[in-house]
Structure formats: C-alpha cells, structure tokens
Design a protein. Structure first.
Length: 393
C-alpha cells in the first residue's frame, strides 16, 4: 500500500488506502458526538479525542471540513452549546498546531491540479451523458483532456459518479443530496453537520471510490480492510441522508430539490465540446467520421495514454478503452487504417483491405502487402526492415 508523507512524516490512514478518506470518516463522526441529551460531557470528550487521529492524517480537507462543521453547528444549535463548542475549537487548534498541520496549507500540485481535473470531468460528462463506464473516467481524462496530469478518478466523488454512471444516476444522487440538506437543515443539527461534512469531503476527494466499492473480487487492488471501511463510510452517509429526508413538510422541498437537480444536470451541457472523446460500446471515439477512420489496437503492455501519442491531430480515431488481449478479431469495428501495438500485430489477418501500421511488433512477424509504416522504439528495437517504411519513437 502506498505511503503518504509530509516532510518525512507518514500520514496515518487507519486502515484506509488514503488518509483523506480516513479524515472524512473521522470528520463525520465528530459532530455525532455533540449535543447529547444525556452524558453530553462524554460526547464532547469523545469528539475531542477524535481530533488526535484527524490531525495524524495531515488532511487539509479534513481540517477545512471540521471548521465548516464547527461553524454550521454553532449556527444551527441552541445558544447554550456555544461554550462547549468554542472549547472544542480551541483544543482542535492547539492539537493541529502541535502536530504542524498548518505547514500543509500551501499551494501545490495537489491543489492547483484539481480545477483542471474537474473541468476535464465536466467536459467528459457533457460529451457522454450516459456515462463512460465504471472506473474509466480517470484514465480517459488523463489520456485526452489533461496535459501531464495522471489520475485514476476525478478527485471528486460526485463528479466521478456523474461522469462514469451518467446523468440518470447523477440526477437521483443529487436529488438525494439536495433533499437531505434542505429538509434536514435545522431539525437535527449534529446529523446535518455530519452529512454536510461528508458531502464536502466527497467534493474535494474520492471519498466514495466507486470503482473500488463495486469491485467485490479484487477490491480495486487494495486491502480488504480499506474495502470494508469504504463501505462503512458510504453506509453511514446514506443512513444520515435518509434520517434527514424523513419527516418535515417536504412536498414543496421535493419539488425544489428536483428542479435543482435537473438544472444542475442541464447546466452540464455548457461544457460540451466536439473535440471531447465519446465512449461507445467500450471504444473511445475521436472526431467521428465514416471515412478515413483509424482503429488502434493495443495489448496489456500499452495503456490508453501511450496509445494517444500516436493519434494524429484531427484524425477520426477509434481506440478500445482497455487492451485487446483475449478479444476475437470479429468484434472490431471497420476502419480504413489499423494501428496495431505489440502482440496485437497478429490481428492483421482480420483486415485484408485496410492500411496497416505496426508499433513495436514482434520480431518474428512477416509484414503483409498492406503495411504502410512500422514504428520501432529508438535504441531498443532498431532493426533493418526491407521494403517497409520505418520510423522511430
């Protein structure tokens, strides 16, 4: 499991794969300890004790979310709570200062890259209203919309859900969020602050990591403990939301929240661009045209980002989202030019009338008559190819 460090100090994740996810759960638990009718002092002591593990995550988002929860609870709760809440805030500041978390509040790539990632996600979602598929948003955005930034998700759970599962799923997700926040505001301050804090945490990080949550076999390549804790966090979030949705005069609120969710989904199309790749049947389609279409096939030794470097500007390109190993040749779409990477060179027999381009093909291959060009890796695969145009990359 990858370690996160700050100035040589390991950030604690407490069973999660990412310290920010641990911070999100801790921030959700803290408000639930406030305002107990009985044993209220014990509740405030527990919330104060939770400050220590929160500080050990060194999470900037966690610190901001806790401050938001503090202010929100102070505004929503009764006035007699303010002394205890202010004491909690003072202890929090003291612990954070002793740990040195203030050193993290500086502009770095983790902060400045987020707007670019979110904008790429909005463009991708606008071009693919039915979604790009679970777990595909990060690699597609990294390969085609982000320059030098490589991400697995869109660093925003709400946007990742919108981009991967599409507008229909996102509409009901946002409707649930809006209704819980509007209907529950002022009724149960502690529950509302906890739920709103998780919403805010999920906005600035992949707290709800959808590809991991729905990977019941390999758990996204992460630990079983992380998988369990991730589901517990999502379960807590849904439970809190349902508690906030229940009760109250909600008829007008439901209509208001429905319209808000619908407007949010419609505003998405402002970011539509014809240059944004579209995903159709597991294929990335760029500049879709019926003529002069170029199909790219690659094996497991290549990834979408590497293949993207061989796509010429304004080329009508079709690229599988995942490698083609294990696929049969009759599932590939028709194209005028076929670019085959590595072991996928063996598929050339399925395209007798197309122009063929090979990238780092196996040494034993005999190039057919339709071969247009062969790309070889410089200083590694330099070999003499007779009667075949060769270029090096």
């Amino acid at each position: 499991m990858m370690e996160f460090t700050v100035n040589g100090i390991v950030r604690q994740a407490f069973g999660f794969s990412n310290p920010n996810h641990a911070a999100a759960l801790i921030c959700a638990l803290i408000p639930l300890c406030w305002g107990w009718k009985k044993y209220d002092k014990i509740g405030y002591v527990l919330s104060t004790l939770l400050i220590v593990p929160l500080a050990m995550t060194f999470s900037r988002t966690g610190t901001i979310v806790l401050a938001f929860e503090f202010v929100a609870y102070l505004m929503l709760s009764h006035k007699y709570q303010w002394k205890k809440i202010c004491l909690f805030a003072f202890v929090s500041l003291l612990v954070f200062a002793l740990v040195g978390i203030q050193s993290r509040f500086a502009l770095d790539k983790a902060v400045t890259n987020r707007p670019q990632i979110w904008l790429a996600g909005l463009k991708l979602a606008a071009a693919n209203p039915l979604g790009v598929g679970l777990g595909n948003s990060g690699k597609i955005a990294s390969s085609f919309l982000l320059d030098g930034i490589n991400v697995r998700t869109l660093v925003n759970s709400h946007l990742t859900l919108l981009c991967e599962l599409g507008i229909p799923a996102a509409f009901f997700w946002f409707l649930f969020l809006f209704h819980a926040l509007v209907n529950g505001c002022g009724r149960v301050p502690a529950v509302w602050c906890s739920f709103a804090g998780l919403c805010l945490s999920a906005f600035s990080a992949s707290v709800f990591d959808w590809p991991v949550l729905f990977d019941f076999q390999e758990h996204g390549g992460l630990s079983v403990l992380n998988f369990i804790l991730s589901w517990l966090t999502l379960g807590l979030f849904v439970t809190l939301g349902l508690l906030l949705c229940l009760g109250g005069r909600w008829r007008r609120k439901v209509m208001l929240c429905t319209m808000s969710s619908l407007m949010l989904c419609c505003i998405l199309f402002v970011f539509y661009s014809s240059e944004t790749p579209q995903i159709k049947d597991g294929l990335v389609v760029l500049n879709c045209r019926e003529k002069d279409k170029c199909l790219f096939l690659y094996d497991c030794h290549w990834n979408l980002r590497d293949v993207r470097q061989f796509v010429q500007p304004r080329t009508s390109a079709v690229i599988p989202v995942d490698s083609c190993e294990g696929l049969v040749s009759n599932v590939f779409p028709k194209a005028d030019t076929i670019v085959m990477f590595g072991e996928c060179a063996s598929f050339y027999t399925a395209f007798p009338n197309a122009q063929l381009i090979f990238v780092s093909p196996p040494e034993f291959i005999e190039f057919p008559l339709g071969t247009k060009k062969v790309y070889l890796k410089r200083y590694v695969e330099e070999r003499f190819l007779q009667d075949v145009e060769t270029d090096y990359y």
